[in-house]
Design a protein around this ligand. Sequence first.
Ligand SMILES: NC(=O)c1ccc[n+]([C@@H]2O[C@H](COP(=O)([O-])OP(=O)(O)OC[C@H]3O[C@@H](n4cnc5c(N)ncnc54)[C@H](OP(=O)(O)O)[C@@H]3O)[C@@H](O)[C@H]2O)c1
Length: 251
Amino acid sequence: MVSNSDKILVAGATGGVGQLVVAKLLAKDLSVRALSRTKSKAESMFDRRVEIIEGDIRHANTLARVTNGVSYIICCTGTTAFPSLRWDFANLFQPANSPAAVDAEGVKNLVAAAPQDLKRFVFVSSCGVLRKDEFPYNILNAFGVLDAKLKGEEAIASAGLPYTIIRPARLIDGPYTSYDLNTLLRAKTDGQKAVKIASGDRFNGETSRIDVANACVEALFNDRTINRDFSIINSGDREHPTQWSELFAIL
Ligand SMILES: NC(=O)c1ccc[n+]([C@@H]2O[C@H](COP(=O)([O-])OP(=O)(O)OC[C@H]3O[C@@H](n4cnc5c(N)ncnc54)[C@H](OP(=O)(O)O)[C@@H]3O)[C@@H](O)[C@H]2O)c1
């Protein structure tokens, strides 16, 4: 079980889900190392309450120092499903930060750099990775984002490390990119729909970034989630508070 002597690496810490993961880990007094491509961005976001390490998961030979000494990795990295400036089109025909570069190769690099005694690798993937021929995932996958996420998943599942793969549907709530850490710590889904999870790749719909972040953190406290993949959406009336151990019991 995770404790405050464990260091938890959050990759994609400056992203919509990643920010909330960091906030929830801090709310539980856990020790966080935030990986960001831009140190100053992470520093302004997290009030210097976490260790910040600059790095890029595409650069395999730089990642040993990023993962050195961590007990857990929560990977929330990603780029847009459709071509955008975030793909980095310096070379028009081979964008440098495409899904193939980040979600497949980058994730593979991070897994390869994980310590041998890692206690868990939690990965934020996507609904649809196993249903790429079905609507709407055939559209979403037009530029290969689901192919890339699946390659990332396969690298994790075959690495021999304890893992948890979380597949949200279309993300809602946030990203809270202009908010400060205190706002993030208070982010709530009160009044929103209940959390539903199911093994495998099952749902269509919407998932709150807040609940994805909660699932990433709560999974560290629940052994039922070890070596499991599950889908997560919001639907139906919400109970307060969400009973994560009951939800995870079906896995
Ligand atoms: N949007 C949806 O509806 C949807 C649905 C299902 C699943 N998902 C997945 O859910 C995850 C979280 O979504 P989100 O909205 O939180 O994503 P986001 O806000 O776009 O955050 C992505 C994060 O990845 C980081 N990143 C990008 N390229 C990187 C690289 N080469 N090396 C290191 N870090 C890198 C970004 O950092 P920088 O600040 O350096 O750019 C950012 O922190 C993503 O994996 C996404 O694919 C999204």
